[in-house]
Design a binder for this molecule. Structure first.
Ligand code: NZQ
Ligand code: ZN
Length: 376
């Protein structure tokens, strides 16, 4: 086994930790606080942040959408350039944090920031900090950002060690205001992240598999315990699990799939499905189409996560049952799609250089079509 694991984000976990951000930002730095559609104004998080930043010079930029767009983010880039901002503080879910990663890189770049989504390497970026309000993506302590261009129905990603947040505040008391839809989305997204780095083919590490299984078991337990989703303990556990699912460790040195995500991103780009919901309509069908390749890990997952040894087909049903039990559909017909869905998704994947995806590059466009047909 061989890998480089690098994660420089300081994690400040627990109630009241928003106050700790002053330890990471110099008093003479000009800050831009970036947030979304205003949930933080309604749940008291904005007020807490304002108080903590009392002695700082800071500005705010709001309106970052779920599935953040370059169209909006470029306005923040302009603001930063004009006002000589030194530090960006993202307060929100994955969209606000991803959007802020784009902002910190594009603000110190001469060209069009979309270049980064087309493979251009990021050479510098302003420092970024994150206060997480929705556990799901792991963006708060990872190097990835997923950005959309609404004008062309594109949703693409970049990753750079320069955009890791310097710190991530994980105070789960901010989750009180999340609705069931977002809580379920967070659980499903974190579950699929873990599967993307686990449900491939056998590897030699007992640690990576053991850790991934612990995360999967934890998330499955939270789904079974859905009636307690309004309790502090449930919410704190989701925040912990979702963070660990995508901070880079469980995927280091082991095969990774990510095909569910690549297909899901195209579905969101065309039809606007919530990110997690785009995954739930793909993953079970992908597992069925790729069952031969994934058989051994499915058996292992059945035994270690669902306590159902040997029958790998039942493991896929157990995953589906889990999503349904928290109100997440696994069928495309439950969303506003049209009869062009297969064509749109396969053409977009091809355009984005993803005609052969999955851990072995065996998920071809034909297979993607089969997966989507099964999901209808
Ligand atoms: O915009 P506001 O008003 O804040 O409302 C948001 C938004 O409407 C709301 N929300 C967030 N925290 C809240 C809250 N509402 C009440 N109380 C709170 N405490 O929730 C809605 C959804 O927020 P969003 O940030 O879009 O959700 P999520 O965290 O699921 O992020 C999804 C985005 O992350 C990308 C996805 O593709 C999608 O664009 N991903 C990023 C990844 C990464 N950086 O590593 C990996 C993921 O696989 C994913 O692709
Ligand atoms: Zn995801």
């Amino acid at each position: 086994m061989k890998y480089t694991y690098f994660n420089p984000t300081a994690v400040e976990f627990g109630e009241g930790k928003i106050e700790s951000i002053v330890n990471y930002i110099d008093k003479n730095q000009k800050i831009l606080v970036v947030y979304g559609g205003g949930s933080i104004k309604r749940n008291g998080v904005f007020e807490q942040v304002s108080k903590v930043l009392e002695d700082y010079t800071w500005f705010e930029f709001s309106g970052v959408e779920p599935n953040p767009s370059v169209e909006t983010l470029n306005k923040a880039v302009e603001f930063i350039k004009e006002n000589k901002i030194d530090f960006v503080l993202a307060v929100g879910g994955g969209s606000v944090i991803d959007g802020s990663k784009y902002i910190v890189a594009a603000s110190v770049y001469e060209g069009d920031g979309w270049d980064f989504l087309e493979g251009k390497t990021i050479e510098k970026a302003l420092p970024l900090g994150a206060i997480l309000t929705l556990p799901a993506t792991g963006s708060e302590s990872n190097p990835t950002a997923v950005i959309s261009k609404y004008s062309t129905n594109e949703k693409r990603y970049f990753a750079s060690p320069l955009v890791f947040p310097k710190f991530a505040v994980l105070d789960s008391t901010v989750m009180n205001s999340l609705d069931d839809r977002q809580l379920a989305n967070g659980l499903v997204d974190a579950f699929v992240h873990t599967c993307e780095q686990y449900l491939t083919y056998p590897n030699s590490s007992l640690l990576h598999d053991g850790y991934a299984q612990t995360i999967l078991k934890g998330l499955h337990t939270l789904a079974q315990d859905w009636q307690n989703r309004r309790t502090a303990l449930w919410q704190e556990n989701l925040m912990l699990l979702a963070n660990q699912a995508l901070n880079g460790f469980i995927g280091s040195g082991v095969p990774q799939d990510w095909a569910t995500h690549m297909i899901g991103h195209e579905l969101t780009a065309f039809y606007g499905l919530d990110h997690a919901r785009s995954l739930a309509v793909v993953q079970p069908h992908l597992l069925r189409v790729m069952i031969k390749d994934k058989q051994e890990k499915l058996v292992q997952m059945g035994k270690e996560v669902f306590d159902m040894p040997h029958n790998y087909e039942m493991v896929i049903e157990a995953i589906e049952y889990m999503y349904h039990s928290i109100g997440v559909s696994t069928k495309l017909k439950d969303y506003n799609i049209d009869d062009k869905v297969v064509e749109n998704v396969t053409k977009a994947l091809e355009k984005h250089g993803m005609s052969k995806i999955g851990e072995r590059g065996t998920i071809t466009l034909e297979k993607v079509a089969q997966i989507l047909e099964l999901s209808m």
